[in-house]
Design a protein around this ligand. Structure first.
Ligand code: ADP
Ligand code: RBF
Ligand code: MG
Length: 405
């Protein structure tokens, strides 16, 4: 098993895959994690609440990345203050915060663990790597959020909350306090963070910092320039680059994931799969996938595809923005690993996505992109013969006609 092949080092211009230097000073023996946006997706819930509140004041919520960049990593009162100012709300920051809290307190049970979060915690715990949690959230909120994630609370040796320090991130105080409680030197701690503010706090504390940005935009990558490494998601985290024990859950060259079931009629895509790449990809209508699309991280996946009157086939799939072509929308595009005599637009396609191969990447030439997609197909073909991937090919979901479901 070659973990390096699954790395984020696929000539990606969007991500710097490995630590800036791989010498001994990158070795760590403690990990300190941020919570919101790094381990759990609370931002989606908060967006819903803010939209409701600003609407009540007659304003329209902007679902854009710019607002998110401003909010990420701030303490709740600071976020409230900037929203009052930006949306010119007729209330004080304290009032807005109270209103927000009254809504969100009942919502934490709906916050989902981000892909790779539970796996990371289990892995570090199994290898007795001490884990700290450093979150700008107040202690009470942290407890509420963790209560809904089985096994998480016990994973943390120490927890430092935003209301337990004088200054929140980007001040290094919260990370320094966590290191002190862990009895660790800052230089032996690795911080994992999703916000630029948190990245800066970790660096100011003298720690190694891996960023897993929650902002998808390419422009935003510049905000993470202080990090030692920028990953697409926790699925790409390679502990051995930091002196920690490697994950051993890759099967072949793919990572088993919680299976993801999706389906819909095959629609017209960008019209370049077959023509430009010689690789046909069956596009699915993204509107019908709803939150499934935003929940799953961009990347290349493998799984099984069913066409009701034809059969079940191996497939390899791209989820994302196709950085090489700079698409304006996130798409789901499976390539069925079978030769069909004709196309099948309009037919109901069912997919069970069972494993992850790599993040999306940019390439310096079309030939390199095509070469890499063929390599992905070979990885998928081989891995889908292995357990647990092989076990899903008999799943009735793949072949059950719509009306009978
Ligand atoms: P589009 O941009 O419209 O998706 P493509 O050039 O990517 O066009 O071709 C995809 C279409 O080709 C699919 O919608 C399907 O009807 C057909 N097709 C034929 N063979 C395959 C295959 N092996 N995998 C996926 N789609 C295929
Ligand atoms: N597009 C990219 O820009 N970067 C990628 O890394 C990438 N990987 C892909 C891997 C697979 C297995 C498939 C099927 C497609 C991939 N694509 C990628 C998407 C490709 O650009 C897209 O299918 C075509 O542009 C047709 O829409
Ligand atoms: Mg296509």
């Amino acid at each position: 098993m070659n973990l390096l092949d699954n790395s984020n080092q696929v000539s990606g211009t969007l991500m710097a895959g490995s630590p800036a230097s791989n010498c001994s000073n990158t070795l760590v023996d403690h990990v300190i994690l941020d919570l919101d946006g790094t381990l759990i997706d609370t931002e989606t819930l908060l967006d819903e609440v803010y939209a409701k509140i600003v609407w009540k004041y007659g304003k329209k919520w902007e679902w854009d990345g710019i607002g998110l960049i401003k909010r990420l990593g701030k303490r709740p009162l600071e976020v409230a203050a900037s929203l009052v100012e930006d949306y010119e709300l007729p209330c004080t920051a304290d009032e807005l915060l109270d209103e927000t809290l009254s809504h969100v307190e009942t919502m934490w049970s709906r916050a989902k663990a981000l892909p790779g979060a539970t796996r990371l915690l289990k892995h570090l715990r199994a290898h007795k790597i001490p884990i700290g949690l450093a979150s700008n959230s107040p202690a009470k909120n942290i407890r509420s959020k963790l209560a809904y994630q089985p096994g998480w609370l016990e994973s943390f040796k120490v927890i430092v909350a935003g209301d337990e320090v004088k200054e929140g991130k980007p001040s290094p105080e919260i990370y320094l306090e966590a290191a002190k409680l862990l009895k660790a030197r800052p230089s032996s701690c690795l911080v994992i963070e999703d916000s630029p503010t948190g990245v800066n706090a970790g660096k100011a504390a003298g720690m190694k910092v891996v960023a897993v940005p929650s902002i998808p935009s390419k422009i935003a990558r510049a905000l993470y320039s202080g990090a030692d490494s920028v990953l697409n998601s926790l699925l790409d985290f390679r502990p051995e680059l930091w002196g920690l024990p490697p994950f051993q859950d890759w099967v072949g060259k793919a990572l088993p994931i919680e299976p993801w079931y999706l389906g819909g009629p095959v629609i017209k895509g960008f019209g370049r799969g077959s023509k430009v790449l010689g690789i046909p990809t069956a596009n699915l209508p993204t509107a019908a996938l709803g939150s499934q699309l935003s929940q799953h991280v961009c990347g290349i996946y493998l799984g099984w595809a069913g066409l009701s009157n034809r059969g079940v086939y191996k497939m390899v799939m791209s989820v994302g923005w196709n950085p090489f072509f700079d698409n304006a929308a996130k798409t789901v595009e499976p390539w069925l690993l079978h030769d069909f005599p004709d196309d099948f637009y309009g037919e109901e396609l069912r997919l069970i996505v069972v494993g992850y191969i790599r993040p999306e990447a940019n390439f310096s030439s079309l030939e390199l992109l095509i070469e890499r997609i063929h390599e992905d197909a070979e990885i998928a073909k081989a891995a889908l013969d292995l357990l647990p991937f092989s076990s899903y090919q008999d799943d009735k979901f793949l072949t059950t006609p719509l009306a009978k479901q």
